[in-house]
Design a protein around this ligand. Structure first.
Ligand SMILES: [Cu+2]
Length: 130
């Protein structure tokens, strides 16, 4: 019997709340009386930027060519080609790297850093620091 009373109360509450007038539109135009639809808030998206990332020097290209990292993050370039390469950009310049060698740089300032290889001008890459 107690359950019936609870369900009855819930129905009553729903009926009362359902009888309230729909919100009036305040926008210009003849929309008075129409229920106002509000778009649901956009889903929150979080982009987590890596603090460390590796770029491979292979086949005369930097892979990935464009890399996004968090401010304060460190990028390590790993040289996989048999030819020597450098990692040369604004504020960083590696020696000529042989196969198997690595070079790391920590990016403490937000910005777009374009870089390349001094030995092969066709090799270009970009580090975006956010
Ligand atoms: Cu090179």
């Amino acid at each position: 019997m107690k359950n019936v009373w609870i369900i009855g109360s819930l129905v009553l509450v729903l009926l009362i709340s359902g009888c309230t007038a729909p919100p009036k539109a305040t926008a210009p135009g003849d929309t008075a009386g129409l229920p106002v639809k509000t778009a649901p808030p956009p889903e929150e998206t979080a982009v987590i930027l890596p603090m460390t990332a590796t770029v491979l020097n292979e086949d005369f290209a930097f892979n990935p060519q464009v890399l996004v990292i968090a401010r304060g993050g460190t990028v390590t370039w790993r040289q996989k080609d048999s030819d020597k390469h450098t990692v040369t950009g604004s504020g960083f310049d590696s020696p000529e790297l042989s196969q198997g060698q690595t070079f790391s740089h920590t990016f403490s300032e937000v910005g777009v850093y374009e870089y390349g290889c001094k030995l092969h001008p066709v090799m270009k890459g970009t580090i975006i620091v956010k």
